[in-house]
Design a protein around this ligand. Structure first.
Ligand SMILES: Cc1cc2nc3c(=O)[nH]c(=O)nc-3n(C[C@H](O)[C@H](O)[C@H](O)COP(=O)(O)OP(=O)(O)OC[C@H]3O[C@@H](n4cnc5c(N)ncnc54)[C@H](O)[C@@H]3O)c2cc1C
Length: 312
């Protein structure tokens, strides 16, 4: 994990309109453009093609139509329709039926009730077709409401949904107990956002220690655990915990981001583990892309070289 100061810088840069315009013009233009390392394409067709390639390497996928922080009801409703179209395209294509979405993409900043309606509309289309829908976790102002919406839907009988918990947040160990008690599925991550001291661990060592503790609870007491990390130490620990507690490899899965640590992905498949790749796509890729840069300094040089290469 990159330092929290640089995470903050990247979150600021992510709001820059000029940079967004520049990046959007050059980032996905050609198959070799720099953003394509992390973003599978701008259309569902391109993303499905990328998903097929991932599946051909023995892994599964979760598809993410990128978008977040929507500011009007109309846009939220349009994003919902777009998601339903993605569900339909995935059904037609035969790729695995698994999606990830963000509640601010469905209008959480505008109207909570409408967001729940929008999520229900997606679930009504996706669940009967056998989809699993993961609600991504955004930054801490949304933690409580995201878990509340999830729990409401769960209590209304929706079973094709799951949540994400971030080890960076102080509250997450307690949240893990709550979600485990419901019998629901958790994706465990370290957390991609710069968070204040009042709610979150500030050092990598603390975030990692919390991740390790949560790993043990998730693997031994969770349901279909999703261990989402590229950190070799955490992956090794997960394997050890599972072995020591006789949890078979088909009872949990590793998850990694498209374009990140493909060597580790392949190694885990070869070792007999389930690996799911998070495949993001769509035109609103800039904030997601900036979070990936914020996680690793080498990615910044890679992107800068890409921008100048494209313009030159
Ligand atoms: C499938 C999946 C879903 C996620 N969903 C969410 C979510 O809903 N909410 C949320 O807050 N966060 C989410 N994240 C992001 C997560 O919180 C972390 O920010 C991210 O995974 C980096 O942390 P790490 O566990 O890989 O470990 P780190 O300690 O950050 O990194 C360990 C090693 O992994 C490699 N690595 C990590 N990131 C990158 C990168 N961007 N590029 C290249 N190499 C890298 C490097 O080799 C690094 O040394 C998700 C991550 C994954 C894999």
């Amino acid at each position: 994990m990159f330092g929290s100061a640089s995470k903050a810088v990247f979150h600021l840069i992510a709001r820059s309109r000029t940079l967004k315009r520049l990046a959007s013009r050059y980032g996905m233009r050609k198959p070799s453009s720099f953003a394509r390392r992390f973003i599978a394409g701008e259309t569902a067709a391109e993303a499905i093609e990328a998903a097929r390639a991932v599946e051909s390497r023995g892994m599964t996928v979760t598809m993410d139509l990128l978008g977040e922080s929507i500011t009007s009801l109309d846009k939220a409703d349009a994003a919902t329709r777009d998601y339903i179209a993605v569900v339909d395209a995935m059904i037609a294509s035969g790729v695995e039926r698994n999606i990830s979405l963000k509640l601010t993409q469905l209008g959480l900043d505008v109207d909570k009730a409408n967001t729940v309606d929008n999520l229900r509309k997606i679930l009504e289309r996706a669940e009967p077709a056998g989809f699993f829908v993961r609600i991504d976790m955004e930054n801490s102002p949304y933690t409580e409401v995201t878990l509340e919406i999830f729990e409401t839907l769960w209590r209304h009988g929706h079973r094709g949904i799951g949540v994400v918990l971030q080890s960076a947040l102080h509250r997450s160990e307690q949240d893990l107990q709550t979600v485990n008690a419901l019998g629901a599925r958790v994706r465990l991550v370290k957390g991609a956002y710069k968070e204040p001291k009042a709610v979150a661990h500030q050092t990598k060592a603390e975030v990692d220690a919390a991740y390790a503790r949560m790993l043990k609870t998730l693997i031994t007491k969770g349901h279909d655990a999703a261990i989402a990390t590229h950190d070799p130490a955490m992956i090794e620990l997960a394997r050890t915990i599972a072995r020591d507690h006789h949890v078979a490899p088909d009872r949990f899965e590793f998850q990694m981001l498209y374009g990140v640590r493909r060597d580790l992905q392949a190694m885990l498949v070869k070792a007999g583990y389930r690996v799911r790749v998070y495949v993001p796509f769509g035109r609103e890729w800039f904030p997601y892309f900036m979070r990936r840069l914020g996680e690793r300094p080498a990615n910044v040089m890679f992107a800068i070289r890409g921008i100048f290469g494209e313009r030159g």
